[in-house]
Design a protein around this ligand. Structure first.
Ligand code: SF4
Length: 158
């Protein structure tokens, strides 16, 4: 699939769980409400434009989600694939699987291009894992966690 942005980056996949501090980083959405679900911005905003307004002591990704280039140096990269979204897909499916949110990143999103619409259903809730299920969130985030280990943990927790 050809992906193009307004800077002509027609070959670069973007990570929807990106690093706020990379030069290309964009604000993908705002964490909102009690569960911290992501509300996506209609238009990309450079991360550099907003980082200075986040109070000191608050990690930027606690209040915002960022998108940055998917790089081969990422610990979650396995060949051309992202193992993070594979681990996320091991979690029980979200109850709401209606229309996916509008998202400016989708055409160039690594997760969308790898897994399709399932990633878009799971993406907004990613923030909720951080606070409500810290152990599970840690396992999902750890590149060393295998799918089998996750399945075992989930089965034991049921
Ligand atoms: S491999 Fe996954 S987590 Fe890593 S940068 Fe790419 S999309 Fe993001």
């Amino acid at each position: 699939m050809r992906t193009v942005d307004d800077r002509g980056e027609d070959h670069i996949s973007w990570c929807p769980s990106g690093d706020a501090h990379r030069p290309e980083s964009l604000v993908l959405g705002v964490r909102s409400g009690e569960k911290g679900q992501v509300v996506y911005l209609d238009e990309p905003v450079p991360a550099a434009d907003v980082l200075s307004s986040i109070p000191e002591g608050i990690a930027p990704n606690r209040v915002l989600r960022f998108a940055s280039h998917c790089t081969s140096a990422c610990a979650n990269r396995v060949g051309d694939d992202c193992s993070l979204i594979q681990r996320i897909q091991t979690l029980p499916s979200p109850q709401e699987t209606g229309a996916v949110p509008r998202c400016h990143l989708r055409p160039r999103c690594k997760w969308w291009n790898q897994t399709g619409v399932d990633a878009c259903h799971r993406c907004p809730a990613l923030a909720t894992l951080n606070s409500a299920d810290d152990r599970l969130a840690a396992l999902v985030a750890d590149p060393a966690t295998t799918i089998e280990q996750l399945e075992h943990w989930i089965a034991a927790a049921e």
